[in-house]
Design a protein around this ligand. Structure first.
Ligand SMILES: [Cu+2]
Length: 118
């Protein structure tokens, strides 16, 4: 019995750090107002520098940004805010106005009179 207990204890001590060190990641899709390849590069580059973001990819067909992130380091809300700060809508949150107005014409929304397609 004593042997069993010490074996369990040893196992707990041995595996505990592995459990705590486990980095939980989550994948989300965020609908953005990206228009072109420049937008894709801009958003993906910013994500590459964002703390807790493991990977991101923007699909220009659907305008959805797929993000893999560490749940302990960031959150979907934070990620959406970064996208907003670049001048793009993200799901239900609106683009930062100043950032949006500084975007090149091709990156502006099609309904915007300033928008010029490539
Ligand atoms: Cu663009």
């Amino acid at each position: 019995m004593k042997k069993l207990i010490s074996a369990i204890l040893m196992a707990a001590i041995f595996f505990a750090p592995a459990v705590f060190a486990q980095k939980k990641t989550e994948e989300i899709k965020i609908k953005t107002s990206a228009q072109c390849g420049m937008c894709k590069n801009r958003i993906e580059a910013a994500m590459a520098y964002e703390k807790g973001v493991v990977k991101s990819e923007l699909d220009l067909e659907t305008k959805e940004l797929k993000v893999v992130y560490k749940t302990a380091k960031t959150s979907p809300d934070k990620i959406r805010k970064v996208i907003n700060s670049l001048g793009y809508d993200a799901d239900d949150t609106q683009a930062d106005e100043t950032a949006y107005s500084n975007l090149p014409p091709c990156c502006k929304k099609p309904e915007d009179p300033d928008h010029i397609a490539h």
